[in-house]
Ligand binder design. Structure first.
Ligand code: PHE
Length: 342
């Protein structure tokens, strides 16, 4: 069938049906007209829908648009006729409907607790002059490892500890081996920021990271980190400790004590684990340290001129401590009874 005759048929049907619906003067005759045009088995609408198949594919879009218009037109004419005849019959007003009953309040969605935490952390760090920076979640080994001084044979690059992607389409000309992976740490963003800017730098980056851990109360294969980076002349470890203490005091409330334990990260020297005192217990919240000169060299900074600190804290851990959440899986179960509490 040609588009033209299809459209003519629809025009004609539309005119005809308007007259028929208009002429219906009781529930029975309306029902008869409804079946004639809208009936699921033999109605006129059904027939024209079938004809769609015989239309030239290049005209089908235009035909479909007109058909939809036709459909909603006769549907609304039918409903208008129903109203005009004051309901009646099955399609009429439900006699059990009690308009005086209180309504059912629609559920309004709200912001996920982790997103709330991310916003809160950005706000606290923003007050200390740290601006937000972002990087991609699909990374290349240069940003996730090499520039962070993590050599080829380092265990952190083990495929068992990373989500490498099967398809290798390098999104960066710095990509090494052409491989890509889901970033395992937000330290990647340190590199991206330093590659593009000159000191002084004071940024945080909040985002998702991925590690193939089996989920349990404290592990999940996807979680969030807050990375901080401060690079300038004469930045010291004392600055690092002050920033983290002020941060923890603001976020967790009260005067939070902070403890550094010697540790190792390839991209910081010296490196520390960061613990906060919480209800009498020291809890580890992440790692930190002074940016390793090798990292400055990788991004083209002069390690003789600038120094800096970096830290990476677990966002879920912070959120869980603050809200008394004991199982990280609750955050990602999608259970509304849990989520509505925040
Ligand atoms: N990237 C480290 C981790 O994921 C944390 C860290 C960040 C340590 C910055 C030192 C400096 O464990």
């Amino acid at each position: 069938m040609s588009l033209e005759s299809f459209l003519t048929t629809l025009d004609q049907l539309e005119r005809e049906s308007l007259v028929a619906f208009d002429a219906a003067d009781d529930a029975d005759s309306l029902e008869e007209v409804r079946v004639r045009y809208l009936g699921a088995k033999k109605g006129a609408l059904k027939d024209v829908q079938k004809q769609m198949g015989s239309i030239d594919p290049s005209d089908r879009k235009a035909a479909g648009m007109r058909l939809n218009e036709f459909k909603s037109k006769i549907q609304s004419v039918f409903e208008a006729s129903q109203d005009r005849l004051g309901g009646g019959g099955e399609a009429g007003v439900d006699p059990t409907f009690d308009p005086s009953l209180p309504g059912i309040r629609p559920n309004l969605g709200h912001i996920h607790p982790i997103t709330q935490t991310v916003n809160h952390l950005m706000e606290i760090m923003g007050r200390m002059g740290f601006e937000a920076a972002e990087g991609p979640e699909v990374e290349d080994p240069w940003h996730n490892f090499v520039a962070l001084n993590i050599p080829e044979d380092h265990p952190a690059r083990d495929p068992l500890d990373n989500f490498y992607l099967a398809t290798a389409s390098a999104n960066s000309d710095r990509s090494v081996e052409g491989e890509q992976l889901l970033r395992s740490q937000t330290s990647t963003v340190q590199i991206r920021v330093m590659e593009n800017r000159k000191p002084p730098i004071r940024v945080i980056s909040l985002g998702r990271v991925y590690r193939p851990d089996d989920p349990d109360a404290t592990h999940f294969p996807m979680f969030h980190q807050m990375e901080g980076l401060y690079v300038d002349e004469h930045v010291t470890m004392a600055n690092l400790k002050t920033v983290l203490r002020v941060f923890a005091t603001n976020y967790l409330g009260g005067d939070v004590q902070i403890r550094f334990r010697p540790s190792f990260f390839p991209f910081t020297e010296p490196s520390v684990e960061v613990d906060f005192l919480w209800n009498g217990n020291w809890i580890e919240f992440g790692g930190a340290g002074m940016v390793d000169p090798a990292v400055f060299e990788a991004v083209g900074y002069d390690p003789e001129k600038v120094s800096g600190f970096a830290f990476g804290l677990g966002v879920e851990r912070l959120c869980m401590r603050r809200h008394g959440i004991t199982d990280i899986r609750d955050l990602y179960s999608g259970d509304l009874r849990f989520l509505r509490q925040f």
